[in-house]
Ligand binder design. Sequence first.
Ligand SMILES: [Fe+2]
Length: 289
Amino acid sequence: MSQLKLRALTPAFGAEVEGFEPSSPLDEEVLAQLRAAFDERSVLVFRNLDIEEDMQRSIVYGLIGEEVPVELAAAEKRPRVVSNKMEHGAAPYGRLLFHCDNMWARRFERILSLYGVQVEPPSAPTTFVSMGETWDRLPEEFRARLEGLEARHGFEHKYPNRGGDQDVIDAYYDTSRSTVRPVIVRHPRTGRMLLYVSQQATIEILGLSSEENEALLAELFSYLYEPSTILAHEWRTGDLVVWDNITTQHGRGTVTLDGPERTLRKVGGPFNLDPDEVNIPVFQKAAGK
Ligand SMILES: [Fe+2]
């Protein structure tokens, strides 16, 4: 069995994995090491891999201890490419504010990954923040102010996009959708407490005036997006980045259509089975963690 080496990418979260050799099936002991690293660090980076979509999916599912189903649900197997050069590439230009994918939906992928199919430097990094790391450093008295609060995430024809500018990609919808969750949630697998609001998707904190909302969200975002805590991944061809879509938020800098090629293959893991599994108001449970 190969012994993996981990290199921390920020003091609190993110790690580069060295010494990983993909195999089919994946070695159980290697997977156990990777799972422990993933639960601890939330974002894993692998360099110089030459992998197809199936192997990417095996790694993604394996990291949370699940088998890839023989028959994938349509939403889980749809091919997704983020590219500024390929036809039908998703998010081909612009900047993405921090978000969890489908934060506004009742069901969402628990884990996500991107693989560098073709990347010409310099390329806009994918950036990450950890909502667990943010919770850990919130002052005690500020945590107490958040007790029992709930936030609504979603869109009313477009994302609320706090922190937006002209580079930010905005999607327009013919409907409005939203989901209410506690501001502090507990991660269903790791038990970590998370500060669960985002720049892209959080519409409001319930029960506050619009002035109070703006002020509180600005304060929360100042902790979440504290520049010294952001992990920025600079892409190269052959990179695989896998992240926990509950613990972490991702965003990216500005991509242009005429800039260097940035083609990434996106593969997600299983959706949450219980729509309410991250709706647990943690202050009614045991304190700690
Ligand atoms: Fe995303």
